[in-house]
Design a protein around this ligand. Sequence first.
Ligand SMILES: Cc1cc2nc3c(=O)[nH]c(=O)nc-3n(C[C@H](O)[C@H](O)[C@H](O)COP(=O)(O)O)c2cc1C
Length: 170
Amino acid sequence: MDFFEAVEQRRSVREFGPGAIPEADLAKILDAGRRAPTGWNYQPREFIAVTAPDVLQKALGLLGWDKNCSAMVAVLMQQRETPSGGYWVEDACAAVENMLLAVTALGYGSCWVQGGLRKCLKEMRELLGVPKDILLLAVLPIGKPVRAGAQAAKKPLTEVVHRDRYGCAW
Ligand SMILES: Cc1cc2nc3c(=O)[nH]c(=O)nc-3n(C[C@H](O)[C@H](O)[C@H](O)COP(=O)(O)O)c2cc1C
């Protein structure tokens, strides 16, 4: 799948069919995250690739998510004082989007789960053994989409792009 197809086909997938993700595919997804840009190239984000069935089931249970999903990537951020100037949210988000596109390009589905983490953040941190000074930003459950679907409707370019100066039509 080419880049633009992946951008168009990426959608939030919340129901999955059974089946494991080959390690090579998981590595490609994580590598896409690793290659995302970061402020000053400090690379303060880390990932936990969850594949152990018991950990995965517990994590999905905490989220109240479809337990058929085959893997989950947790996106972590070192919160220490860094030369990145505290661009940690941006750094993490760039990695998340790269991984979501890689997931799509490989024929899997995922969803950026961040809001849903709030209700179980403490328990999820404990389950994944996240150290105290490291932030858990989001989790990405990954699996084979159970049905076809489309990305949620987006505003047209004419509504979100201005030509040369704010307010001038694209
Ligand atoms: C910062 C952020 C947090 C999100 N948190 C959740 C979440 O907790 N649970 C969920 O089901 N989807 C979550 N989403 C997915 C959005 O609901 C989804 O991207 C949006 O509805 C647009 O759909 P699309 O991904 O198909 O384009 C989140 C997305 C973003 C960017």
